[in-house]
Design a protein around this ligand. Sequence first.
Ligand code: CA
Length: 250
Amino acid sequence: MVVLVSPEDEAELNYAVVNFGKKSPSSDVINIQQNTNAPELEEEPSYVFIGSKLPSSGVTDAMEHAKARKTQEDVIKICKQHRKLLIISIIAAIILLTVIIAVTIGRNQSECCPEDWKIFNHSCYYFSLMGYNWSEAKEQCEKNQSTLVMIKSSKEQDFLNKTVRNGTDEYWIGLTDANHEGDWKWVNGESCKCTETNRLYWYDKEPDNWSASGSIVDEDCAIIKQDGGWSDTKCIDRQKWICEKLMSIC
Ligand code: CA
């Protein structure tokens, strides 16, 4: 093997012939011969290193330096890999911990209704024990973050029907045509569309907007009776009422 190196003063170019033992590892140097003239090579050199500032006497040091540099690069590479794995592990741990906390909180949280409210299909229903007029009943529901009941499905109607069936009371529901006669709307402003072909649960001949002879008070508010049928009646009457709201986390 031939190594070409330059002297410190760069005045002339030195050559060093480095021989390696055949049975030894390739990095083992047996002897070094330095010449100021290029050697006549009998065979092609295995490797040739050319440096601009490496002293001719430092061939072995250069090789050791190269080995040390390679070792250092390997260490840096391994450190980077470990750092990357550490970052990935930390992120994975944070995600896993977040999921565990979310699941734990979810298990500990459940929906419920206030005491004395009945539960149906993720909603809470309050059946009052005393009577108010329709507007006062509406306000009582709103004070409890609820509305007068709005019956939007046959299942909900069946639930209410079963609850009031055996009683003797009638209850306000959240349905009125006070703003425009015959245009029945729920308390959230939605049209009921329940007076023509789709009468829903009105009794026969109801709503009739009945009023006594000579009276200016007609019937603009709806009630649900003991058998589940609907009827309009005077809003100033005193009736029990039904409030409704969604179940909440408790
Ligand atoms: Ca009416």
